[in-house]
Design a protein around this ligand. Sequence first.
Ligand code: DGY
Length: 322
Amino acid sequence: MKKIVVLTRKWPEAVEAALAQKYDVTLNESDQPFDAAKMRSTLASADAVLTTVTDKLDGSVFESNVIKAQIIGNYGVGYSHIDIEAAKANKVVVTNTPDVLSECTADLALTLMLMVTRRAGEGERQLRAGKWNGWRPTHMIGSRMTGKTLGIVGFGRIGRETAKRAHFGFGMPVIVFNRSKIDPEVLAETNATQVESIEALLSEADIVSLHCPGGDANTHLINVQRLALMKPTSFIINTARGEVIDEQALVNALQRNEIAGAGLDVFENEPTLSDGLAELENAVLLPHMGSSTRETRDQMGFRVIQNLDEYFANKKPGDQVA
Ligand code: DGY
């Protein structure tokens, strides 16, 4: 008998078709996110639940529930929306989709860096609003990216891809803060230097780019005190997880021009933005689209299938995180 597999969101067509050939699949044609009750009943009735970042799998969805699901195949590399301890306690395996989105997410980090330093969002808004009255030497003066120091927080796959682009494309010296010691050979690939503390990185970097995981350990890693360490000419980029920045503290810092700008692809309470954020000209805001290329979104789905196939063939899935 085919295993029962439930998708919590709509997935790329090619992946849905491939899943349907192997599994008894329930798709989510309406693409409406599951609420907690639906998530509970799905965990109680499916063999595999295929989730995304928009699902909140906290302890409560595992509690007082008969769990049938043996595996949660998460479509995405980040999994701070899943209570891993609760999954483990219920013997539910959790997998993610690393590697396949590193390059596209790094590309988007660079997109945000360029947009915010060169005031691209602001310029486009001005033009579309019919407020551009022609070229002049003092119009839309931004900040040059080439040669500036990039501070990367979290030197996993995405952080390293970002470092490559910035270092080889824009001649940027790279400094890194990472909780564990980084292999000197890895640092040497981009001539990067690991600094001892996040405080040192924030005060030295011209552009700070966040690439650490979300979750409790990194919630509000960037808070009011740490924002105050950044130079008034510096920028912060977040393509990691919204909770890593205290978003209201960031809004306040941007409103007072305590830092020069922010480029954000992720937010603390997606899809809602903190008060005041959308009005800021010195913020570039994108709707969580780091991995959104056709190639990558397909690869993410096929990676989930590979993990499922391995699990149901009694092998350890390659991307098991719990
Ligand atoms: C990821 O892969 O973590 C993306 O942010 C989508 O969840």
